[in-house]
Design a protein around this ligand. Structure first.
Ligand SMILES: *[C@@H]1O[C@H](CO)[C@@H](O)[C@H](O)[C@H]1NC(C)=O
Ligand SMILES: *[C@@H]1O[C@H](CO)[C@@H](O)[C@H](O)[C@H]1NC(C)=O
Ligand SMILES: *[C@@H]1O[C@H](CO)[C@@H](O)[C@H](O)[C@H]1NC(C)=O
Length: 264
């Protein structure tokens, strides 16, 4: 696997991200969890709301895919290689957790996702196996019923401590920076990623109605998603707010062409 490290300098932050040729087909193994909630409410920090991202099709991924939280919200198509037991189109999952338990597999799937690998009637055998050989690739996330949505996290504290998660992240990108400004002020302040989660926080949040500016990996350069008003001046903890925009970019990777066929 060829891998190039790109450095980007903007927002006074030095960011680096690795090109892992995610879109290429990789061979690995997958196991399953007994609890969808444990995976959904995993290390990314989305909480139970992530059960709703993709109909409980969620997964914990290895550190190489989790990328210290940068991989959170990414979508993958996974299929098991035993054609007797498994469907050729596999399943599509959203990454919501870090697989720290098991260094033999790249993915721990939610029970629903794991069972859906199987052909009709084959799920008992799959379950018995517990771990299966898979191939997987990164795919764009498609949320027809949702724009990029902001959830105000419980650790927020008015007036100036704001922490948010970004739900229903479309496209095939990674979120690099999140900036917040009072609507119309042009005075954007940056948020910081909390640990290795998908939660962004700041302790100097502006007041008033707030807008967001999000940088994602785009073509070969970052792409910016700007929103008009997202958070009202009286934002509330635990509430979700429609950003009115969606990410549709597909990040390009500096790797040789790889499988672009759809798995059906
Ligand atoms: C994987 O985990 C096992 C048991 O925890 C450990 O003995 C082994 O060294 C690990 N392998 C790698 C490659 O980290
Ligand atoms: C505000 O957030 C910062 C980290 O962003 C934290 O250290 C601080 O304790 C928080 N303050 C309050 C009052 O919650
Ligand atoms: C997304 O936001 C636009 C406004 O920019 C709105 O018209 C549309 O209804 C929203 N879509 C969904 C699915 O909520």
């Amino acid at each position: 696997m060829t891998c190039t490290v790109l450095y980007l300098l903007f927002s006074s932050l030095l960011l680096s991200f690795a090109c892992a040729c995610d879109r290429c087909v990789h061979q690995s193994k997958a196991s399953h969890s007994t609890s969808s909630l444990a995976i959904a409410a995993g290390a990314c920090g989305y909480g139970p709301i992530a059960l709703d991202f993709n109909g409980r099709y969620v997964a914990a991924a290895s550190p190489a895919l989790y990328k210290n939280g940068v991989g959170c919200g990414g979508c993958f198509q996974i299929r098991c290689k035993n054609s007797k037991l498994c469907r050729s189109r596999g399943v599509k999952v959203v990454l919501t957790d870090l697989n720290q338990k098991d260094n033999q597999t790249d993915f721990i799937l939610s029970p629903k996702a794991f069972m859906a690998l199987g052909r009709p009637g084959m799920t008992p055998q799959l379950k018995k196996l517990g771990v299966v050989d898979i191939e997987f690739k990164r795919i764009p996330c498609e949320y027809r019923k949702h724009n990029l949505t902001v959830r105000v996290e419980e650790t927020s504290k008015k007036p100036s401590n704001l922490s948010i998660s970004l739900l229903y992240q479309g496209g095939q990108t990674e979120i690099l920076t999140v900036d917040v400004a009072q609507v119309g002020s042009g005075n954007f302040r940056f948020m910081s990623r909390r640990g290795i989660s998908a939660i962004w926080e700041m302790s100097n949040a502006p007041t008033g109605n707030l807008q967001l500016r999000v940088a994602v990996t785009g073509g070969f350069d970052p792409a910016w998603i700007s929103t008009d008003k997202v958070l009202p001046a009286d934002w509330k903890i635990g509430s979700v707010y429609d950003s009115g925009s969606q990410i549709t970019e597909i990040a390009q990777e500096l790797c040789s062409p790889c499988d672009t066929k759809q798995w059906k």
